[in-house]
Design a protein around this ligand. Sequence first.
Ligand SMILES: Cc1cc2nc3c(=O)[nH]c(=O)nc-3n(C[C@H](O)[C@H](O)[C@H](O)COP(=O)(O)OP(=O)(O)OC[C@H]3O[C@@H](n4cnc5c(N)ncnc54)[C@H](O)[C@@H]3O)c2cc1C
Length: 599
Amino acid sequence: MTPKFYSKENLHFLLHEVFNVEELCKREEFKEHSAAGFDMIIEAADSLSENHLRPILVEMDRNPPRLENGTIKVHPDMEGLMKKFGEDGWISMSAPHRFGGQQVPFTILQASAFIMAAANYSTMAFPFLTNGAAHLIESYGTEELKEAFIPKMYAGQWQGTMALTEPDAGSSLSDLTSSAKASGNGHYLVKGQKVFISCGDHDACENIVHLMLARIEGAPAGTKGISLFVVPKHRMENGKLVSNDVSTAGVFHKMGYHGAPIAHLIMGEKNDCHAYLIGEPHKGLSYMFQMMNEARIGVGCQATSIASAAYYNALEYTKVRTQGRKVGEKNPVKPQIPIINHADVKRLLLFQKAVVEGSLSLVLEASQYFDKWRTSAGEEKEKNFLLLELLTPVVKSYPAEMSILSTSAGLQCFGGYGYTKEFLAELFFRETRIHAIHEGTTAIHGMDLLGRKVMMQGGKAMMLLMQEVMEQIEGAKKYEALKGYAAVLEQKLINLQEVTMHLISVAQTQGPETYLSDGTLYLELFGILVIGWQWLKQGIKTEELKATGNKNYSAEFLQSKLYALQYFFEYEVPKTEGLITRLKSSNHVTVMAKGEEIL
Ligand SMILES: Cc1cc2nc3c(=O)[nH]c(=O)nc-3n(C[C@H](O)[C@H](O)[C@H](O)COP(=O)(O)OP(=O)(O)OC[C@H]3O[C@@H](n4cnc5c(N)ncnc54)[C@H](O)[C@@H]3O)c2cc1C
């Protein structure tokens, strides 16, 4: 049997108790769905993961993609899997009916992706990138483009990508130099290089469709001059696919995430790379943000998935590995005890559980804001939009950064064996490292949060978030086991506001460089408090279920939930003290020291 890689009970608890996901079915767009229907989708994701994705995890890790005769070869199962993802509706799941989709809420899409990525992260990059790319054409493309590309993409025949990064434009997208020139025949001719393009070339699909950013000749410098194009690897001519002058210069050899091919592409070497404009010229980055924002929630989700797989892997091991005896045991011939009984091993496990279940809760929270934003109007729409905007850097970065520490704690549970390839602990540790880098590094998200999101509409998003958190704080105060933690979080919110006001005064007196210099640490502080909010939310539901004697959840599940909550407030929340001290300090060594003075 496949080892456990996530908790069904926890996912059910979050979807149905904490987030009442069935409430979404009252909305016109989701009215055909039901709680039972959502459960069937989750079951199907579980079965697909268990039977098809997890069994090839190690094989994929040991046999990374390779470039042969100009094409990247991936694991042979990927071709059948892409067909399956298409035929079984996974790629089009959230798409509207008119595109052959099932209009499933994004929340359920993420819950399914969570399971699949926990089983085998690389395999699910293929369908979910395709989903995001097709959705972008759906939102802004012409009817002609929609007709030409979307059905093949949703069917899993054609792969979708996001082609942004260039050798000299990574974090600084505004510096990208790929160019586009109108051909006079309705299309553009693009030229340029793109690096690190996930699923940018492979032999599991008959075509690859790049959603590519480029600058139309004569466009202004900076982000305002960037346009978005559809650039297929093969274009259709007289009913046949012919080469579109997109060549693969290389495949990156990575530390993990080996199943997914990451390509270096050259477009237009022969001046024959046809590109089709999406939307209006020069507005490309704003359109691309749709795919990037969906992908950022996805990155947070996938980081959580890998931490989840690492956690259950470690949990099982600590129950069977025996070492040492209880502290204070004087009899040396007494049998050794399973290491799960040592306080420090319990610390490692509770840390992982607190990170995984706290992060998953935030992913589902952000996904619900997304669903509500898409399906509402007026004030409700604005509220959900602002909350989502504010939380996007957090839902991307907290799980990404903490998954690195969490999978490391998982590895630590195995001692020396964790450092070997005998167990999967080292694989998960390598696999998750990417999440703090792609879709914008943590530093870029820190600056986005502090420099843009916190200030958005005069701080309106921040105020709305505070209201949401205060609602849970008030709810938690009703429970003896939670009221102390509610008071702690209330105080921390005051501290966060003080820090924010302090930093605003720094911006006014010392300028933007000093203001943003510790954006990453501000994001870290923000993240811990947001996860504290999620834990209180889960705590309230746990207490309610304990009081009503609900039969859906075991007493052990509820007790363990409360231990993880305690762990989070007792071990993680106190870490904010150091961050608050740092963020209020008037010493800005990282600004003061010149680059050339760091030796
Ligand atoms: C496995 C993998 C998959 C990827 N998939 C895709 C994909 O599908 N499509 C795509 O377009 N791209 C993709 N990328 C590219 C990825 O998004 C970039 O690597 C990332 O945005 C960072 O850019 P860079 O590598 O050029 O690093 P740089 O921008 O050179 O950054 C290097 C370091 O400097 C820091 N830094 C840079 N600028 C600043 C600043 N202004 N302030 C503070 N710190 C700064 C960064 O935080 C980082 O720590 C992928 C990358 C990898 C490794």
